[in-house]
Design a protein around this ligand. Sequence first.
Ligand code: NAG
Ligand code: NAG
Length: 476
Amino acid sequence: MNVVILVCRLAYVEAGAEAQGCQYYLNSIINPVPAQSHTTPNLPSLCLYGPMLDLEVVPERSLENEQWEFALGMPLAQAIAILQKHCRIIRNVQVLYSEQTPLCHDLILNLTQDGIKLLFDACNQRLKVIEVYDLSKVKLKYCGVHFNSQAIAPTIEQIDQSFGATHPGVYNAAEQLFHLNFRGLSFSFQLDSWNEAPKYEPNFAHGLASLQIPHGATVKRMYIYTGNSLQDTKAPAMPLACFLGNVFAECVDVLRDGTGPLGLRLRLLTAGCGPGVMADAKVRVLERCIYFGDSCQDVLSTLGSPHKVFYKSEDKMKIHSPSPHKQVPSKCNDYFLNYFTLGVDILFDATTHLVKKFVLHTNFPGHYNFNIYHRCDFKIPLTNKKGGADSQTEAATLTTYSKWDLIQEHIGHPMEKPVVLHRSSSANNSNPFRSTFCFGLQRMIFEVMQNNHIASVTLYGPPGRAAEAPAQAPAQ
Ligand SMILES: *[C@@H]1O[C@H](CO)[C@@H](O)[C@H](O)[C@H]1NC(C)=O
Ligand SMILES: *[C@@H]1O[C@H](CO)[C@@H](O)[C@H](O)[C@H]1NC(C)=O
């Protein structure tokens, strides 16, 4: 579980005009199937006889079977967890994202052997569109009845029969595809023979033409999304079924005074009131604040139990202490409470059990901790150091999506050189991810990626504490 390893960096250029010139990098989710098996000559035949996914299509909602469900609005981490759990059935998954401009293009999970793509909103990292791009690789049904399988071709007649009437198809001359749209569901048809196309040519006057789709045309692609238009669709709010008893953060505001951060105000989302009452469960929004100096018990009663408790190893920090060789007398270590679904870690002092640090995680792909935390959607008000005159103070806010060069324009450049963070996993000391740089300013440490995005922000309480590197992910 939980091994996302970048194995190869294949430059990939999307053909679509939208993404033109954008470089995607490709990595694979390594699963327990040994990597070598991908290159054995036996594999192609295994693929041929492997079980084909048999999935139910629910327009505007999901693609699912008895064991799992890819639901619109689902967080990326949950979709990856499904893929990891069922890695023997869903064998090849590519993760595609733009390394340099990760917010400009959807993050894509490509289930290459099943002909399915899951498109996630680049900002909120929730499932936006489910695309089946190769219908020969899956069986599909609607209301329990197949409309696509080895025996049933997904022709226009079949789709009419299974889904009923809708508006006439729309022809897109550029793609040479007919689109048939239902609410939350679209089919693209390709003509079987090109000689049929010219018949419709005179109608192209306005670029798009409403037409009867020719007989025998078969579905080339299918899309599931929210609303009436695939082009304008957005990832919906997280469905109730995705909460699974967890608390999520809609947004996190950093509270501060003139000198630096004081605490966090979290807008929390919960659902369900316990087992058995899911039927009338609904999402509740709660606002909670936590501050530096709060006790561990305060935090537990405010946020609930963490997903993990991680004890810092004393050894790493010893070198920075005045007498590194001196044996630490007690076995006490400072400890983190890791709230993965909030995207927040909280560090407690080993002896006082009071909050010492907060760490906010942005979950950008390509980072060492990618997919461990949900993205924390934070806002940090900045005090402007420019100009010097108090009257000139501009309100600026740093968010999860801010880039480091813009942040510096507001808060000035750090005096000290950055600390380079080159993480390594405990199992194997090689780190396939690029190093990050840590800059300290105004009692905050910004961990900056090579693409200028912020990977994490560590917030400190009252001054006087030694600077430390951001939290390590819990050891696996
Ligand atoms: C997904 O995988 C398929 C099969 O390997 C490939 O043809 C397609 O180009 C991939 N899609 C993207 C967006 O990379
Ligand atoms: C560590 O990683 C390298 C390169 O990825 C690999 O060759 C080596 O076998 C790995 N070692 C262990 C102990 O897993």
